[in-house]
Design a protein around this ligand. Structure first.
Ligand code: FAD
Length: 415
């Protein structure tokens, strides 16, 4: 079946806090924007029952509630949201393509906000019991099925301990497998204290998962005590992993720079190494992965995309116009040498009496535009003809500039 083709200013991949916030900014800027989410809108934030550290909610809120508010706000500002996975992308050039099952979306810019997915252990039996067969990554989603049962939790960081405490409200016993020596966990001190004092919680120190056993569903989690090298068999039909996440960047490999661990490095403007491609949230190489940081990234990416699309419009319609030869003065408003040349540049324009189009690009305000022109440090000049850059010059004297322009205009004008 032939795929349909649709055109947008910006495509946002991922509907977690970062993507939805970018969508709010892009929508408010009246960009034609579409967001794709392959699973539950709201992303990882919907996995957690309690969010107490997101500003504005002194009593705390649930991830689902918070994400419903994000979604409503994004829709209010005109963001289109599609519940479908992005299958492939081509991020090169000005016409970027993003493919879903039925459609090829063409976009001037792309915001990658794909977050991550749970890290797996890779032990025997694991792949047989993932998700609805016993190994879970979401206490909020699956806690209700644990009423009166024994469950195992793997990990000892903030998420592991906090979610284990949440599980004690449902399960009879929550067994934590901790890699470290007795009394040592990676979680914050308050959560550790609360967990150690909870009568429903039991700790198996110095343990790792050896393998999983069961039939159709998980029945036993077999731990290995790394100190004694002994196996500890636990009868449990639910095991929760809270051992970190892997960035969802497989699809972008070979197209943008990634770190060794697969995260996307960006500059403070959320720009990747590819023009027009931005990244935000957990998928980015960053020091903290939270809703608040994802929101900050999303806001920056949404704002920067607006600038990028506006500059792209100026580039195509103004700088690369085809009606007459163009002289682009690349200057910096904060540079004295640049400012002194402005009157001379205007005199040159008058000299050609409407046969040359003069444009000014302030590199202080329009970094992308001067990069797109391939311009040298300001002050410098770029010459265009028939919508193409035909010459660049760092010579700033009138004679050098007019020599090039004389060659470009159909009938040279003598001074
Ligand atoms: P995500 O939330 O991961 O969203 C990315 C989205 O992209 C996902 O929905 C995914 O389905 C989608 N996606 C990926 N690939 C594609 C594709 N090809 N096509 C379409 N869609 C795609 N943070 C806090 O601030 N406070 C807390 O209390 C807190 N508790 C947490 C508890 C748990 C158990 C977990 C797991 C996380 C918790 N966090 C908390 C962290 C917080 O949820 C994340 O930092 C935040 O959700 C990151 O947002 P994001 O938008 O970058 O990525």
């Amino acid at each position: 079946m032939e795929k349909q083709h649709l055109h947008y200013d910006v495509v946002i991949i991922g509907g977690g806090p970062a993507g939805l916030t970018a969508g709010i900014y892009a929508g408010r800027a009246r960009l034609k924007a579409v967001l794709f989410e392959r699973a539950l809108l709201g992303g990882l934030a919907t996995y957690t029952n309690e969010i107490v550290n997101y500003p504005g909610f002194p009593e705390g809120t649930t991830g689902l509630e918070l994400m419903h508010l994000f979604e409503a706000q994004a829709r209010h500002f005109g963001l289109e949201i599609k519940n479908t996975p992005v299958k492939a992308v081509n991020l090169t050039g000005d016409d970027k393509t993003i493919e879903t099952f039925r459609t090829v979306y063409h976009a001037k810019s792309v915001i990658i906000a794909t977050g991550g997915k749970p890290r797996l252990l890779g032990v025997p039996g694991e792949s047989d019991y993932l998700y609805d067969k016993g190994i879970s990554f979401c206490a909020t989603c699956d806690a209700a099925q644990c009423v009166g049962k024994t469950v195992v939790v793997i990990g000892s960081g903030d998420a592991a301990v906090e979610e284990a405490l949440f599980l004690t409200k449902f399960a009879d016993k929550v067994i934590m497998s901790v890699l470290h020596e007795e009394g040592h966990m990676d979680a914050n001190a308050v959560a550790q204290e609360e967990a150690l004092a909870n009568p429903k919680m039991e700790f198996h120190w110095n343990t790792v998962v050896d393998h999983f056993e069961g039939s159709e569903r998980l029945q036993r989690v077999v731990l290995r005590n790394t100190k004694k090298n002994e196996l500890e068999v636990i009868d449990a039909d639910r095991c929760f992993y809270f051992i970190g996440y892997l960035p969802a960047t497989e699809m972008f490999k070979g197209q943008i720079n990634l770190t060794d661990r697969g995260y996307i490095p960006t500059d403070p403007h959320m720009r990747t190494n590819v023009d027009g491609v931005f990244a935000a949230g957990d998928v980015r190489q960053t020091c903290l992965r939270q809703v608040a940081t994802a929101v900050g990234d999303g806001a920056t990416a949404g704002y920067e995309v607006e600038r990028y699309v506006a500059e792209m419009h100026i580039f195509e319609k103004q700088l690369m116009q085809k009606e007459k030869p163009g002289l682009v003065f690349v200057y910096s408003a904060i540079d004295e040498a640049s400012r002194e040349l402005l009157p001379m540049v205007q005199e040159i324009e008058q000299h050609y009496d409407g046969r040359v189009k003069l444009s000014l690009v302030d590199t202080y305000k329009s970094v992308c535009l001067s990069a797109r022109l391939g311009a040298a440090q300001p002050p410098s000049f770029v010459f265009t003809k028939d919508g193409q850059v035909v010459a660049r010059s760092i010579q700033t004297d009138r004679t050098s500039i007019m020599r090039v322009l004389d060659g470009l205009v159909a009938e040279p004008v003598t001074a």
